[in-house]
Design a protein around this ligand. Structure first.
Ligand SMILES: Nc1ncnc2c1ncn2[C@@H]1O[C@H](COP(=O)(O)OP(=O)(O)OP(=O)(O)O)[C@@H](O)[C@H]1O
Ligand SMILES: [Mg+2]
Length: 278
């Protein structure tokens, strides 16, 4: 475990598996970024650089600005000061180019559409724009994605026929349909039982390794943050700031028993101590 103190220096997050020699733009770049809601400063002095292909988990007390950070990166809230770029572009341009996709705590599936029709929805919405894809290819990818998330055979099920975990998996497949280079996940497994969450944790790691998508993943669970992330970004509250960026030096591929190891417990105790003071 390595803790990177910030001291107002740029924080650089790299992904060893996906080095590109530094030639490409970072997936996410925040420079002295601030977000305000009226008199409230939700985020202050956020400096962060996330290299393409990284998996970053984000922890912090309720109300510290975790969702706001994802919303800033996805052009859902305006920046008050500083800079935010996604793959070297303004966030509005990144949104139009469908560089990123969002997965929320609630799967937000359309109840009258089957699983595969929900997965295809972004393609239909996008078909009016320049980024449409050939239909045959899209259909194949929707099926492939449902297989990737372990839902082969359930393509024609309606959301009410699926469990909460299955619905989240459909939402993940839907998020991946436009092949985003960045996946923003805001407590995606927060409402699920522990066993389902464990399975989805393993699955999301496999998806990450297969698709090489950059992932920013907000969670309230310390074990989930450690199990998934190459780094844990710890935010503190009032105002929302980066407290620490902690390297998780556990090898991939990771499997659930890693959570029983001494190293894992050591990191877990450390994060709990930091979190208590945020
Ligand atoms: N649209 C908004 N208008 C006004 N204030 C907002 C808005 N969105 C968020 N806030 C405020 O910004 C701060 C950060 O909120 P945010 O939702 O980012 O926290 P969070 O870390 O995601 O919390 P939680 O863990 O509970 O989800 C909070 O004080 C919240 O009340
Ligand atoms: Mg939130």
């Amino acid at each position: 475990m390595t803790v990177q103190k910030l001291d107002n220096n740029m924080t650089n997050v790299t992904h060893d598996m996906n080095k590109t020699g530094g030639a490409s733009a970072p997936a996410v770049s925040l420079k002295n970024a601030q977000v305000r809601f009226g008199d409230l400063t939700a985020l202050e002095n956020i400096d962060l650089e996330v290299e393409a292909g990284a998996f970053i988990t984000i922890l912090g007390p309720s109300g510290c600005g975790k969702s706001t950070l994802l919303r800033l990166v996805s052009d859902l809230v305006p920046i008050a000061d500083g800079e935010v770029n996604v793959f070297g572009q303004h966030v509005a341009a990144a949104r139009l180019a469908r560089e990123f996709a969002f997965v929320f705590q609630d799967s937000t599936l359309l109840p009258w559409r089957t699983a595969i029709e929900n997965v295809r929805l972004p393609l239909e919405i996008g078909a009016k724009h320049a980024h449409k894809r050939p239909k045959a290819k899209s259909e194949k990818s929707a099926e492939e994605l449902l297989e990737l998330v372990g839902l082969k055979g359930r393509e024609n099920a309606l959301p009410h026929e699926l469990s909460g975990g299955m619905k989240q998996r459909v939402a993940i497949a839907r998020a991946l349909i436009c092949k985003p280079r960045l996946l923003l996940m805001d407590e995606p497994f927060g409402a699920l039982d522990e066993i389902t969450r464990d399975r989805l944790n393993e699955q999301i790691l496999k998806i990450w390794q297969e698709t090489k998508t950059t992932i920013l993943f907000v969670t309230h669970s310390i074990p989930e943050a450690i199990f998934l992330g190459q780094k844990v970004l710890m935010l503190e509250a009032n105002p929302g700031r980066v407290r620490e960026l902690i390297d998780i030096d556990l090898p991939y591929p990771r499997e659930l028993p890693i959570r029983e190891t001494q190293e894992f417990n050591k990191i877990s105790r450390y994060l709990r101590e930091v979190l208590e003071t945020c």
